[in-house]
Structures are given as C-alpha cells and as structure tokens.
Design a protein around this ligand. Structure first.
Ligand code: ZN
Length: 171
C-alpha cells in the first residue's frame, strides 16, 4: 500500500475519459488499496483512479465523516442507473485546491457497478453520498468541478492560479 501523489488541475490525465475495467486482477486490487490509503491521508471523502494517474473506471468513497450512517465502499465501472431532483451543492476537489463552489447535482441517485470481489453491486442514496458519487463519476468522464462552473468563475480561478504560479517563480 502506498500513499500516492494526487494530480492537480491542469494535469492532462484529469481531462481524459477513463477506460472500463475488463478484468479484476491483482493490479486492480492493489490500485484500490493505494486509492484508499491516498484518500484517507488527504482527508478526502472520495477519489477516482485518474486522480492518482490511472485512467481506469474505479472509485472509492467514504462519506461517513459527513454522514455517519454511510460507510466505505469501492466500485468498479460505476454507472448511475437512476436519479432524482436537482440541487446546488457546494463542493471542493482534492485535484482543484482552494476552489469551493456550488455545483448542480442530482439529489438522489442509484449507482450500479462491480465490487472489488467481482460481484455486481448497487448503492442508492441521497445527500452527500449522492453528490460524492456524481463528483467521482465526473472524474471518470474527465470532468472537474471547474467544468461545471460559469465561465466567469472558472476564469477567476484560472487567474488566481496563474498569479500564484508567478509568485512561486519569483521566489
Ligand atoms: Zn474531485
């Protein structure tokens, strides 16, 4: 198990559509272990494999710090099979530091995928669980919260990033 570096915007791997996992082998199991370690180390509630540089459709989630009724799960090839309602939810992303913005999300979802043991699994939920699942599936499709903001807000963030870079270069 290893704690890996979390890629940050504008890393190109974050913009790619991740590929379906075709076989659950030792490689995938070890990837999931690394993702879990990396997520907890960063105090995150979710992580997609592409965030540690592996563009495969694998997510890990543990929203229990916010909703204690929920618990950890990992899902391979997740797909939202039903959704309901719409709400603005303020969220951040480990790959987009210092950006907390309201993003349009569905209120309730049901997601289907494969467990690390190779069994079909379904998770249904609302609130933070639903938002986090949508956020991580966005990652698998190469979408960041920045892509869900208005042009204006995105430009403000990009300019802030540029300024910080310039400051770093001067030092
Ligand atoms: Zn994220």
């Amino acid at each position: 198990m290893a704690v890996l570096e979390i890629l940050k915007y504008p890393h190109p791997t974050l913009k790619k559509r991740s590929k379906e996992v075709e076989r659950i082998d030792e490689g995938i199991k070890s990837l999931i272990r690394d993702m879990v370690k990396t997520m907890y180390e960063a105090n995150g509630i979710g992580l997609a494999a592409c965030q540690i540089g592996v563009p495969q459709r694998v997510i890990v989630l543990d929203v229990s710090p916010i909703d204690p009724q929920q618990s950890f799960f990992a899902m391979i090839n997740p797909e939202i099979i039903s959704q309901e309602g719409e709400i603005d939810h303020e969220e951040g992303c480990l790959s987009v530091p210092d950006c907390f913005e309201k993003v349009k999300r569905k209120e309730k979802i049901c997601v289907r995928g494969i467990s690390p043991e190779g069994k079909e699994m379904e998770v249904a939920g609302e609130g933070i669980l639903a938002f986090a699942v949508q956020h991580e599936i966005d990652h698998l499709n190469g979408i960041l919260i920045l892509d869900r903001l208005s042009h204006l807000k995105r430009d403000i963030y990009r300019n802030k990033l540029k300024k910080e870079k310039r400051k770093e270069e001067k030092h």
